[in-house]
Design a protein around this ligand. Structure first.
Ligand code: SAH
Ligand code: SF4
Length: 352
């Protein structure tokens, strides 16, 4: 039996282990109750991770992908997308530019592109570490444990791999060439190797319900996720889900707020997908529990080619412009820009 909204909020604030019976009423609450939910999440954010919003400079290094995820514009079968790939030198230049712009943290993301072999990416990571004082996050999809280990040994600090959904049928429906258990194993491997662990889900995948999302939250809690990225699903016309209805800013905000209550110390980004659906989407997320933003530093010539969904913001803005724009957005809501690398906060060890 589901609890009422008020009961659910009290249980969440007591730090209880997440359960469907109180997650669902929060995830599907009315607009009126949502005001209270966001306020509570904002207070938990302030008390646990403070006012700082951490920047993660995002370098999208390749639009090649061997996979056919049904939601994503980069899927292999989409012949309308033109593919690009940054060389090792271009990536090192990107990292140097990130430092010049004052960033302390770099996210390297791409489609599943096997040109970046285990050794080649390890070399790129260690080369960047030699010339740039940056925390490095990789988001390069599924690989075997040896490869993850090699990249960690080369100096990568964090890894992002969204589970997307923990519902076995839904996962299979949207991932024709992936296996849910293998994806979970990848995340266990990433965690056990010692990376700061990032995962997340899309809100609004066709067939997803509040109960599906509640189960996702429970699973990510069991996993011990330390960074959780959630964004609305935005249908891409050149994909099998192109004609479906997408996710919404409102529903994603509820999810962000719930995540803050369940994971008081986690790093939660205000995702680009939120900003793409609503000009103030990222600010709204930052006021409902989020504490991270990911300004783009991909060379503008390549940005339109990294079209995971349509209507992605900032395609024509160079890296310096993005930094200024996002800084303005953060200060406009009374928050500060993080000045350190923004490592995850581990309760038992504090700063790692
Ligand atoms: N290839 C890597 C990283 C690139 S995709 C990977 O799959 O992990 C990064 C994220 O973009 C995915 O995890 C997915 O959640 C999100 N994404 C892809 N297509 C999307 C869409 N149509 N709408 C919203 N988010 C999308
Ligand atoms: Fe490739 Fe990632 Fe897009 Fe799937 S979500 S098609 S793995 S880029």
């Amino acid at each position: 039996m589901n609890k009422t909204f008020s009961e659910s909020l009290s249980i969440a604030l007591s730090g209880a282990k997440p359960q469907v019976e109180w997650l669902v009423p929060l995830l599907s609450c009315s607009d009126e109750d949502a005001v209270e939910l966001y306020k509570a999440a904002d207070e938990v954010r302030a008390a646990n991770v403070g006012s700082a919003v951490h920047f993660r400079a995002l370098l999208e290094c390749s639009s090649y992908c061997i996979k056919n995820c049904c939601y994503c514009g980069l899927r292999k079968a989409n012949s309308t997308v033109s593919r690009y790939r940054l060389s090792e030198e271009e990536m090192i230049d990107g990292a140097k530019q990130a430092v010049e712009l004052g960033y302390k943290s770099l996210v390297i993301q791409s489609g599943e592109d096997m040109w970046y072999t285990a050794d080649r990416m390890a070399h790129i990571v260690s080369s960047i570490k030699k010339v740039a004082d940056l925390a490095i996050t990789l988001s390069l999809g599924e690989r075997d444990k040896e490869t993850y280990q090699k990249w960690f040994d080369a100096g990568a600090d964090r890894y992002l791999l969204r589970i997307e959904t923990t519902d076995p049928e839904l996962f299979a429906f949207i991932h024709p060439d992936d296996d849910l258990n293998y994806r979970k194993q990848c995340l266990y491997n990433i965690r056990d190797i010692g990376y700061q662990l990032g995962t997340g889900v899309m809100q609004g995948i066709p067939g997803q319900t509040a109960t599906t999302l509640a189960n996702d939250v429970i699973w990510m809690h069991e996993l011990g996720a330390e960074m959780i990225g959630v964004g609305p699903f935005i249908p891409h016309p050149e994909t099998p889900l192109g004609k479906e209805t997408g996710g919404t800013v409102n529903d994603t905000l509820r999810l962000v707020a719930v995540l803050r209550l369940v994971f008081p110390c986690a790093h939660l980004p205000a995702t680009t997908a939120m900003g793409s659906l609503n000009p103030k989407g990222r600010e709204m997320a930052l006021q409902a529990g989020a504490n991270v933003v990911m300004p783009n530093i991909t060379p503008t010539t390549f940005r339109p080619q990294y079209e995971i969904y349509p209507g992605k913001i900032c395609l024509g803005d160079d890296a310096a412009h993005c930094r200024g724009c996002i800084t303005g957005r953060i200060t406009s809501i009374g928050r500060t820009v993080g000045t350190d690398k923004g490592h995850v906060i581990r309760r038992e060890k504090k700063e790692v």
